[in-house]
Design a protein around this ligand. Structure first.
Ligand SMILES: [Zn+2]
Ligand SMILES: [Zn+2]
Ligand SMILES: [Zn+2]
Length: 296
């Protein structure tokens, strides 16, 4: 499993443990694709996007581990995407890769993350704190730049979704995979600002894979072109704009992820809704492996 959705839920996951709405009740009763842990995606063992509070459940249920993880791309500091306490569980491993973990974040997200690390590290001795600094290397990123992580080229696309950091916006990562394919992980995003549209257009590449949030699913009362999060309606107008700009084409494999319970479309119904649209969209689910699509 190289390219796999570890989780496809939003902040509170599905079923939300505090909630007995009909959506959560259904998911609780029926399980399957309607149970969604917090969003995260794995690009072979060495790279991963986001690290959620559900990492234990995700790895254990899929028979995976994070032994090989060396590069962690954090979209933003919200707790469903960046759980630092879970990340430093590496300190509890008896046999591990003994390599530092590089944690990529927006510059403002990094400031916030370092404060959090400082709070956690306070319980350790000074020498252990120094060790932590060496083992967890925060890499601050600017928006709209090209970077490389040990051979993996990526671009930082600015999302329209704030994080906990001062002035932080989520980074949507556009990867150029080793086989030359382009994959955009657009979580969390909202309707892009003009500078982001201009940037995507300027790159002049058509995506092979687009993974995008559809947080509010079937909600129809949120208006058009909304920031923060998408729903099916806004997901589709994003696709329309992307299509106009050549960012996606007929061959682009499109996935919807980061889905919450505050609407009425269960997995199957959301898939049917997309099937009736002009675009070929697959509603992702936890554990979905897309190796065949990426490596085609
Ligand atoms: Zn989120
Ligand atoms: Zn609920
Ligand atoms: Zn968020």
């Amino acid at each position: 499993m190289d390219y796999v959705f570890l989780g496809t839920g939003a902040a509170e996951a599905i079923p939300c443990y505090y909630c007995r709405c009909s959506y959560c009740n259904y998911a609780r009763q029926h399980g399957g694709k309607d149970v969604r842990s917090r969003s995260s995606f794995r690009i072979d063992g060495r790279y991963q996007i986001d690290f959620s509070p559900d990492i234990f459940h995700q790895t254990s249920s899929l028979g995976l581990d994070t032994f090989e993880l060396e590069h962690l791309f954090i979209t933003h500091t919200h707790e469903d995407h960046f759980d630092l306490a879970e990340i430093i569980v590496k300190e509890c491993a008896v046999e591990e890769n003994n390599k530092p973990l590089r944690i990529y974040l927006s510059a403002s997200g990094t400031v916030w993350a370092k404060k959090m690390m400082h709070a956690y590290a306070g319980q350790f001795s000074l020498s252990d704190q120094k060790r932590l600094q060496e083992r967890y290397q925060f890499v601050p990123l600017e928006y709209f730049q090209v970077y490389e992580a040990d051979g993996l080229k990526f671009r930082t696309v600015k999302g329209n979704h704030s994080g906990f950091g001062d002035g932080e916006y989520a980074i949507n990562y556009l990867f150029e995979l080793p086989n030359g394919k382009n994959l955009l992980y657009a979580v969390d995003t909202g309707w892009y600002s003009d500078e982001t549209w201009d940037y995507l257009k300027g790159i002049g590449k058509t995506l092979d894979v687009l993974i995008m949030e559809c947080t509010f699913g079937g909600r129809e009362d949120r208006g058009f072109y909304v920031g923060g999060h998408l729903d099916v309606i806004n997901f589709l107008i994003m696709l329309e704009k992307m299509s106009t700009l050549g960012v996606i084409g007929p061959e682009t494999a499109i996935y919807a992820t980061h889905i919450n319970h505050k609407h009425h479309l269960m997995h199957e119904h959301m898939q049917q809704t997309f099937d009736q649209s002009d675009y070929k969209v697959t509603v992702a689910y936890d554990g979905l492996c897309i190796n065949e699509v990426v490596q085609k």
